[in-house]
Design a protein around this ligand. Structure first.
Ligand code: SAM
Length: 190
């Protein structure tokens, strides 16, 4: 098929901007798939910061990275992505080339522990101020769970309001799928 599934498309957007040696952020580590993907793209000369509020997610991400010998260039933080400025050293903040958010709950875990509009937007705002020109933030928005619709609406409203002189904002999703299908909002800094 020509049209890429949501997660493939999210990764292809990230892959298009990241080079070896870059700095990247996984704002929601979960089971660590995206952290591993970012780590392989930046290579040993680059760096990845991964955030998750759940101990289980950080442990699973650490295990996945170790299994692929990709942990050396990654710092994992068990705290909210709203606190990124506190954990990413000043020397790396303005080198960030890409960030990914995979919103919602950790698959196979407590469905009540979810990302929230307030913390997600607080994090995106900080990342947009740090991001290098040409850099990108990719939000994969799952919204079928309790609280998901509120987060989706807040993010669409926030992203729509971004100044077009400074940012390009893309929405990508399949509009004929049933049951609240996920979609992407990608924000590129000009
Ligand atoms: N990207 C992950 C992967 O590859 O497996 C899946 C992420 S999962 C859909 C969403 C994750 O966001 C959960 O693990 C959850 O604990 C985490 N989360 C919820 N609120 C958060 C916050 N404020 N800061 C960081 N992570 C958060």
């Amino acid at each position: 098929m020509t049209l890429q599934p949501i997660l493939n498309y999210a990764h292809s957007l990230i892959k298009a901007v990241i080079n070896h040696g870059d700095v990247a952020v996984d704002a929601t580590c979960g089971n660590g798939h995206d952290t591993l993907f970012l780590s392989s793209l930046v290579g040993k000369e680059g760096y990845v910061y991964g955030f998750d509020i759940q101990k289980q997610a950080i442990a699973q991400t650490e295990e996945r990275l170790k299994k692929h010998c990709a942990e050396e260039q990654v710092t994992l933080v068990q705290d909210s992505h709203a606190q990124i400025a506190k954990y990413i050293p000043a020397s790396h903040q303005f080198e960030i080339k890409a960030a990914i958010f995979n919103l919602g709950y950790l698959p196979g875990s407590d469905k009540n522990i979810v990302t929230t509009p307030q913390e997600t937007i607080a994090s995106v705002k900080q990342l947009l101020s740090f991001l290098q020109p040409g850099g990108i933030i990719v939000l994969v928005i799952y919204h079928g769970h309790a609280g998901g619709a509120e987060e989706k609406d807040a993010l669409v409203q926030y992203a729509t309001s971004l100044e077009q002189k400074s940012f390009q904002v893309l929405q990508y999703g399949f509009i004929n799928q049933r049951n609240s299908p996920p979609f992407i909002i990608a924000i590129e800094k000009k």
